[in-house]
Design a protein around this ligand. Sequence first.
Ligand code: FAD
Ligand code: NAP
Length: 313
Amino acid sequence: MSDNRHTKLLIIGSGPAGYTAGVYGSRAMLEPILVQGIEPGGQLTTTTEVENWPGDTEVQGPDLMLRMEAHAKAVGTEIIGDIISDLDLSKRPFTAIGDSGTTYTADAVILATGARAKWLGLDTEEKFKGFGVSACATCDGFFYRNQEIVVIGGGNTAVEEALFLTNFASKVTLIHRRDELRAEKILIDRLMKNDKIEPLWFHELVEVSGTDMPLGVEAVKVKHTKTGEITEITCKGVFVAIGHAPANELVIDQLETHMGGYVVTKPDSTATSIPGVFAAGDLTDHLYRQAVTSAGMGCMAALEAERFLAEQE
Ligand code: FAD
Ligand code: NAP
């Protein structure tokens, strides 16, 4: 059934940026509507321990996001399980269409759609996606009990995924295109001390191979980045952890972007090129991409939206 909802402030996204915007927007009496999207709680729901959220020496990512959701709800944010499929920022009020059939109109919008895992773009990666190729160790690691697996990448996600996968796998090969990891030092230290993990430097994945009936991975081919030599590694699982790209599809034709698709905001602000539209979190941040910085930007966006709406009145 189609439905029309008007709000002063529409928040799109339910990661740390969206929920924090909800808390601040509600306390400013803006009665915001927050649409959660396909991944309620955002990227932190795909990890286990978070060790750098201030106030918690260690907290499980999904638990932290449930607490943020409860906080936003408790102060008055209306949280809706819907996915925005179309957003029109060309006229006022701004209009968003939900997959549910609901049309949301809003006087101000906070975009907090975050980022999504990148893929290598190989045909064989696509073929085995969901059948041995994954971008989420916490979702799929359990299926690889006592199996050999490979992880591709050299950032925090790759190192954390490799460490987590040692809970299940008999061996994890971390394949990185350089011989230097960009992960935090504390994580690299843990990686190097873990007997189940073997780093393979200067290598890139070129092919995933396996069986067709049933579909399943048996091996990968990797290429030495300097010599070009191809090696085959036997494995049952391939975890691709090569970074994240901003989830900008709702606004790519409407707002200025830079650095590979991140929404541009004004200096020291979350204001975009359209007055009344604010962007917060990984959607706009090509530098830090942390839960705490996303939450900080969510706060800024709500405070700026409040000021914008007050000026309109
Ligand atoms: P996200 O968390 O990406 O959330 C985006 C939200 O937007 C989601 O709720 C999604 O459903 C919603 N959305 C997207 N499109 C739509 C749409 N069309 N309609 C409606 N909603 C939509 N950071 C740390 O500080 N510490 C860590 O330990 C840490 N560990 C991590 C582990 C992993 C495996 C990963 C992938 C990331 C980790 N990060 C960590 C980074 C951190 O998760 C991100 O910086 C943070 O989640 C970004 O928050 P965000 O609110 O911008 O967006
Ligand atoms: P990232 O930091 O961008 O790292 C991506 C890694 O993948 C890099 O090592 C990169 O290699 C490699 N890579 C990229 N494209 C590749 C390709 N085509 N082929 C092979 N390798 C490729 O991404 P991330 O690890 O997903 O982290 C994203 C953000 O989330 C970061 O800001 C990170 O700090 C944050 N995060 C934080 C935590 C935490 O705080 N514990 C945990 C996870 C994520 P090069 O190094 O050669 O460029």
